[in-house]
Design a protein around this ligand. Sequence first.
Ligand code: ZN
Length: 431
Amino acid sequence: MRNRAIANIVREIDARNIEATIRKLVSFGTRNTLSEQNDPKRGIGAARDWLYAEFLKAAEASNGRMTVEKQSFEQAKAARVPEPTILTNVVATLKGSQPEATDRIYVVSGHYDSMCNSPTDAKCDAPGANDDASGTAAVLEMARVMAKYEFDATIVFMAVAGEEQGLLGSTHFAEQAKQKNWNVDAMFTNDIVGNSLGGNGVRDRDHVRVCSEGVPSNETPAEATTRRSVGGENDSASRQLARFIKETGDAFVPQFKVMMIYRRDRYGRGGDHIPFLERGYPGVRFTEVNEEFRHQHQNVRVENGVQFGDLPEFVDFAYVANVARVNAASLAALGWAPSRPKGVTIVAQRLSNDTELRWDANKEPDLAGYEIVWRETTAAVWTDSKPVGNVTSFTMKGMSKDNYFFGVRSVDKDGNKSPVSYPRPQTRTNN
Ligand SMILES: [Zn+2]
């Protein structure tokens, strides 16, 4: 592990920068996706241009490795888009330096659009301080801090539009990625990550929820048949990603814990990771533990002495900074780790009380080897691991695949570990 570098990244994340970004985004009055695009002071266009300039500033520290673009596209008429509208994602790409890893991409995003009561009201004030200036500010702060570090893999820092219109900006990016055959190895969305006092009266400054799906959104009927036969409904790539984030976050931001939610998002709700999941890219959602619905999607007003509206006075900037730290530590760990092993299988041809695992060799030159991990079938996280050296198969003697879940991860010479790959059954042997 590049422990010191990750610890430095965590320490450099500054709540004051996050506060300044949130207040600046609120100052544009509304960032509704249908609002003014060419007014320099008010509307989503002003926010877009300001974010673009800020990401460019962040890129100055990158020695040319970070590039920034406005990814614009015309969104056709849709349920919450009454007429064709230009949407723009602001995308900062920090290119990885290892030739074998530079095409492996990690995406972290927040949505910079906002809404009041009605998603199609482009005129009302929609400060969106928590939903989602908080996530956008976290991403911008990560870009600022991480731009000067050189990672093996590529990290994309993104502020998307059109979330409130139906995940439109993130869908566009994910679809582009799929069409260009990009190797997006993980996607994090940060959405509503700034309120530490819930509508239930609970103040919790020490946890963040990380939602992950168990069964992949893009699972095929054949894969479902296999899963019913051998298990795996708790072992999607997104679930392995959540476990990786928990392990990394808890290690580097020890006072602030990841609460894994074994569900795609909150109950019946969604976010910008979903278009990625649907296209086969692993993803998770970061969000606060106790929401305050009087401060989401509300016209700014006072009713019976109660302040409604998504105002900056209700955002806990230190809390957002901790969420950003967990994100940044996890992204840095992913960016320096080797790729998770590919082609991992359990040899299921023979009945045996041993478990034989096989996988393809990684291609990184700094690879040290692999670890087998396992847990009992009722355990929530991997509980045990065993280094097995630089090999592409290993047999766990006396441990039956019936009684444990197994996985494989790769490790480089600095000790950086990949997320776990969960094996598929292999019913015929290669030899
Ligand atoms: Zn949101």
